[in-house]
Design a protein around this ligand. Structure first.
Ligand code: SF4
Ligand code: SF4
Length: 207
């Protein structure tokens, strides 16, 4: 069938009206939906399985190739190293130069996950931490190599660093999950002591 300007004109009007009505239908549905207030932080937020929160970074597997930083559309990943690194196929960890800095500026990050896909060693992941706050822009830069010195692979919200007695049960469990490297699925899974050793070797010349 041949396109005619008149047919195109009415077709465009039809498409416009149709998409507006589809959008309005969704808005109207929520206008009449029951309002739910979640008493966070007393009650755990229900995060979807593919929720994209603050990153989870495995420094012991990072080869400092910069592919994640190059893929980032807002240039918010900062990497510094003393030399090239490569994965040892037997142990599954990276050897070579040291990772002197791996940081992400969350004042800029859009949580788009474009940094995750190009990583050849699958050591940067979107995590499930959803809350992190600070009083200035500098405090929104997370130094993952500094976290690694404390045996951590992802930042913790401030209130999660409080004594166990002062946080709700669900938070206590999640805190332990993070410290237990529950997100890692590799040759070091289940061997947390060894992983901590490898993390230190990746960042500290004296380790
Ligand atoms: S999630 Fe997106 S914006 Fe954030 S560091 Fe990764 S690529 Fe950059
Ligand atoms: S792409 Fe992966 S291996 Fe390369 S620098 Fe980024 S996190 Fe490290």
């Amino acid at each position: 069938m041949e396109n005619s300007p008149v047919r195109d004109y009415f077709h465009n009007i039809y498409q416009t009206m149709r998409t507006i009505l589809i959008g309005m239908r969704i808005s109207l549905k929520y206008c009449f939906a029951k309002t739910i207030t979640l008493q966070y932080p007393d009650v755990a937020p229900a995060l979807q399985p593919r929720y994209r929160g603050f990153h989870f970074f495995e420094v012991e597997k990072c080869i400092a190739c910069d592919l994640c930083a190059k893929a980032c559309p807002v240039d918010c990943i900062y990497i510094e190293k003393t030399g090239p690194r490569k994965i040892d196929k037997v142990t599954g960890v990276a050897t070579g130069g040291l990772m002197t800095r791996y940081a992400i500026d969350y004042a800029k990050c859009m949580f788009c996950a474009l940094c995750v896909d190009p990583c050849p060693t699958e050591c940067i992941h979107m995590g499930n931490i959803h809350d992190l706050s600070g009083y200035d822009r500098e405090s929104m830069i997370v130094e993952f190599t500094d976290l690694a010195k404390k045996g951590m692979q992802t930042p913790q919200p401030l209130w999660m660093t409080k004594p166990d007695a002062e946080v709700p049960d669900w938070a206590r469990q999640r805190k332990q999950e993070w410290l237990d490297f529950a997100h890692s699925r590799d040759k070091l899974t289940g061997d947390d002591g060894r992983r901590r050793d490898e993390m230190m070797k990746a960042i500290d010349p004296k380790a």
